[in-house]
Design a protein around this ligand. Structure first.
Ligand code: TXA
Ligand code: MG
Length: 315
């Protein structure tokens, strides 16, 4: 990897033009989305995509999500369907990723799909992400902009903490409002929940008028790359703790005495937005972390999914 000085860009038109030009040259640019910061590369440029895996130290069997400016652009790369139209109409732009069969002549690097015949696509809602995608005009492959296996970044400072000197630029536009990755729905077969995330599964089922196929808890890896320890902070994490042990920091939920609270009034959307930031802050203090119980409904499913990964035994 060529060491570079990472440019710290703003969301100004001039800086977005500069960022789009860097993407066009095959460079890596981290940018804010409504979920987490993404580490972007031109999805048609295999070397640029390889640089993502390299910068992140990411296992190569993890396929990447492609970000586009609108559904019309998505249709250039995947076989569209009535179900895709329904879900895109309801949730795009927004934190929903659709996995669809690749379209012949799609031009997407197969490093993006890690050899699969399907492609994960989404239209992010963040105005800066959308402006960058429009300016660039092509598909941008972007995993979360963190070193592989570490906590997803929700600020530019988180991005730089892991990737400074390893990527060309980061566009700093403040904290991510959702704070949790997109929900991934597989549409290559019966609609299936591949990863819980920023859109509640119940809301998707309401639009479909049918249940999503759900993977059994702890069973086969559903989205490749859903490794058990994927979202690991350096500290040991203990879940469903009624109270902390003497050596532990306590991450709370609801009204309680704790070191940091995901949401003092028990709001799951607020808890999701705070999740990675609070984990980063506690992790930086170098002590094990106990986490209060979080309800499993709505966004709580995604929060618990992330917490289970954070607590999983390390490889
Ligand atoms: O909110 C998000 O989705 C963020 C922002 C940056 O958009 N991105 C993100 O990307 O979370 P990443 O690379 O950390 O997670 C991508 C997930 C992985 O679990 C991967 O296995 C799954 O998407 N995935 C990608 N392509 C897939 C495919 N063709 N079939 C099934 N799963 C796929
Ligand atoms: Mg990630």
């Amino acid at each position: 990897m060529t060491p570079t000085e990472t440019l710290h860009l703003t969301a100004s038109a001039a800086d977005l033009a500069r960022a789009a030009a860097l993407l066009g040259e095959g460079q890596l640019v981290a940018f804010p989305t409504e979920t987490v910061y993404g580490l972007g590369a031109d999805a048609r440029n295999g070397r640029a995509v390889a640089a993502i895996y390299e910068a992140k130290g990411r296992p190569s069997f993890n396929p990447l999500i492609v970000h586009v400016a609108d559904a019309e652009t998505a249709r250039l790369y995947v076989e569209w369907s009535d179900t895709a139209e329904k879900l895109a109409g309801a949730f795009w732009p927004g934190p929903l990723t659709l996995v669809l069969p690749l379209r012949p002549g799609h031009g997407i690097s197969d490093l993006v799909t890690a050899g699969l015949q399907t492609l994960a696509v989404r239209v992010p809602a963040h105005p800066t992400a959308r402006a960058l995608l429009r300016e660039f005009g092509g598909p941008v492959a972007a995993p979360s902009a963190n070193l592989s296996g570490r906590i997803s970044p929700t600020t530019a400072a988180h991005v730089l903490a892991g990737l400074s000197g390893r990527i060309a630029a980061v566009i700093d536009d403040g904290p991510c409002p959702v704070g949790l990755e997109s929900t991934i729905v597989g549409l290559a077969g019966a609609p299936a929940l591949l990863r819980p995330g920023g859109v509640a599964a119940e809301a998707i089922e309401a639009v479909l008028g049918a249940d999503l196929v759900r993977p059994e808890a702890g069973s086969a890896i559903s989205a490749p790359g859903q490794l058990a320890s994927h979202y690991a902070p350096a500290a040991r994490v203990r879940l469903n703790a009624g109270s902390p042990r003497p050596d532990e920091l306590f991450l709370g939920f609801g009204p309680m005495d704790c070191d940091l609270n995901l949401s003092a009034n028990g709001d799951l959307a607020e808890a999701a937005a705070n999740l990675f930031g609070h984990l980063h802050r506690l992790d930086a203090r170098g002590r094990p972390i106990a986490v209060a119980p979080i309800p499993g409904d709505g966004l709580g499913a995604a929060i618990n999914d992330r917490l289970r990964r954070a607590a999983a035994p390390r490889e």
